[in-house]
Design a protein around this ligand. Sequence first.
Ligand SMILES: [Zn+2]
Length: 286
Amino acid sequence: MDTLKQYLAKAKTEHWAVGHFNFSTAEQLRAIVEATSDLKAPVMVATSEGEAKFVGYEQAVALVKSYQVEGHVVWLNADHHHSFASCKKAIDAGYDTVLIDASKLSLEENITLTKQVVDYAHSVNPMMSVEGELGYLRGASEVQEKIEINSNDYTQPEAAKEFVVATGVDRLAVVFGNIHGIVTEQREALNLEHLGSIIEAVPDTNLVLHGASGLSDNDIANAIAAGVCNVHINTELRLTFHDSLMATLHNDPTQSTPYKFLAPSLEAMKELIKAKIVLFGSAGRL
Ligand SMILES: [Zn+2]
């Protein structure tokens, strides 16, 4: 199997994106792997610190490994891990890749912490893909009314260049109008001109679009065409799972068999994931 780095390089050159989907239960992971395998798409699956705490670090690794040995092209990412200790915990447990998110710190502190994680990751596996984050990505992976979107929060191209050179990350989460989660009282829109200036500053770095839930298909497609090669979806998956589960339990409140009342939620997740994979252009890339 080619490495994640090799797939990202291919995606970047060919203008498609590797999908990145979060899970917090074993059957959600199964839904992601089945949907992407059906479409022959490579995929990143992930747990945030909260999701990893719920699933278990060792358990998340063992679950993903069970699909890898079956031949599925899937990598496990530690999404938005905020400290060296939590990144180390994921790497030591066997995660394939990490995102050290020190974006709330100053540029200098962000560089120091990110570099520490890159050095540790590469001491374990020199080929490991490590992601850093720069810029202020507002919001949470849930439905919100309104989030202030301010161009001061955007990833600044010169800072991005300094960050990438100083840390050695090969993936960078960037901010150019995107926010985490979905907003109901405003329209989310990407600033593609700004994305262009980031790409110019760090042409060899794999740029990652976070918070793609709530963005128009057009915006996502344009960002990928411009050079983004990794797209994160979490909130939309959570909502789909939740809403389908609510409907199932509402329609059949006495059903108590988990594999029966959970099945429609997983099918709904798979349908959403397939639509995203087609949008990302990653179908048929294996
Ligand atoms: Zn994110």
